[in-house]
Ligand binder design. Sequence first.
Ligand code: EPU
Length: 419
Amino acid sequence: MEKLLIKGGKSLSGEIDCSGAKNAALPVIAASILSSDDITLKNLPYLQDITTMFELIGSMGADISLDERMNFKLNTSNLSNLEARYELVKTMRASILVLGSMIAKYGYAKIALPGGCAIGSRPVDYHLKALEKLGANISLKNGYIEAKTDKLVGANIEFEGVTVTGTENLIMAASLAKGVSILTNVAKEPEILDLANFLNSMGAKISGAGTDKIIVEGVEELSGTTYEIPADRIEAGTYLIAGAVTNGNITINKIDPERMGAIIENLKKAGAEVISNGKSISLNMTNHILKPVNIITAPFPGFPTDMQAQFTVLNCMGQGESRVKETIFENRFMHIQELNRMGTNIRIDGTTAIINGVDSISGAQVMATDLRASASLILAGLVAKGETIVDRIYHIDRGYERIEEKLSNLGAEILRLPN
Ligand code: EPU
């Protein structure tokens, strides 16, 4: 298995570009199933999860090609196998995103039921109950979800709990339903707005995305489109923390700072000088003292759970005690034992990590357990004295495009070790 070798202690400086957002790209690829025309996607990140999503729609019969400008062209007019196999779903839970578009377009979907994962049990009951309200007939058998309908019909749906991919599945399904759907208690993440923008560019009639009430007026069919995937706010936030913990001075380009409110606000509270400039964010931590910040994760616009592990590392390097409370997933502290092996002082009390800052940490051989946990181990490696080897980095390749190259461009000493 490939590993990353990091020699810590370098202060990062320079500029890098942000890549397209994984969590914006995945629902957009799934939504391509709703149209029978060509769809061109620009700025797709080169990530394992994107490859898995292509493998999934490819296994159903989608035509996928790459043009001379590295844009992907998708055509899903000839889907013949309306099934998402367990072998793919088990490697990526976001495979559930094809459910909404398959049932809306073809009246049928068979999808392996995603199991739990490293960060929590992560059921999909909100998705299924909401789809039933649109008229889908759903049964669970032999580890699969089977959904059938003659035609989905618009409905008023109040989600039981806020769910990002659940909201996305329902927007997709309601887009081709008969009549109007009013979705309430929906997720407000920027990626929901991205999906609505994509679908509206295909002729859908969706309003309210980004607020907690979304209105979808079903249409007969959706056309092709060309769409650019927006930048990844979590990737950008991770590099900003890399700048902060190494007392660096870095700029992330091609990013929308408007989407990063809670991240920027907390970096400022931590003592960083952060300047947003239209499409870039600069962070300067040279000659500033790092102060730990209490964090509570929450749905957007709150502090993202996908930045919790990374911010924990930042808190470890500030003086004094801080608390990081995880409210979205019940088991998202797997990185903490590994961080403590490097010399951090973190104690878990229920859903709260209690952190006492330390003067320094030391390199160690550590193991990644999930995507954002791996990012936190790399951040710790950048600060640690000596060498850190991060094992199981296939987790990082799911969500960070060429991380060692981007960090090297900022002056880090980081190398991918082959198998
Ligand atoms: N939940 C239920 N029932 C459901 C759906 C969700 O109980 O039917 C619970 C979950 O178990 C969790 C909470 O509701 O406790 C929120 O889960 P949500 O459904 O919002 O998560 P998701 O849609 O599966 C997306 C991102 C995650 C991100 C979360 C929260 C994608 C592909 N994934 O997951 O991203 O952490 O929203 O913001 O968009 C990552 O990129 O590392 C990642 C895990």
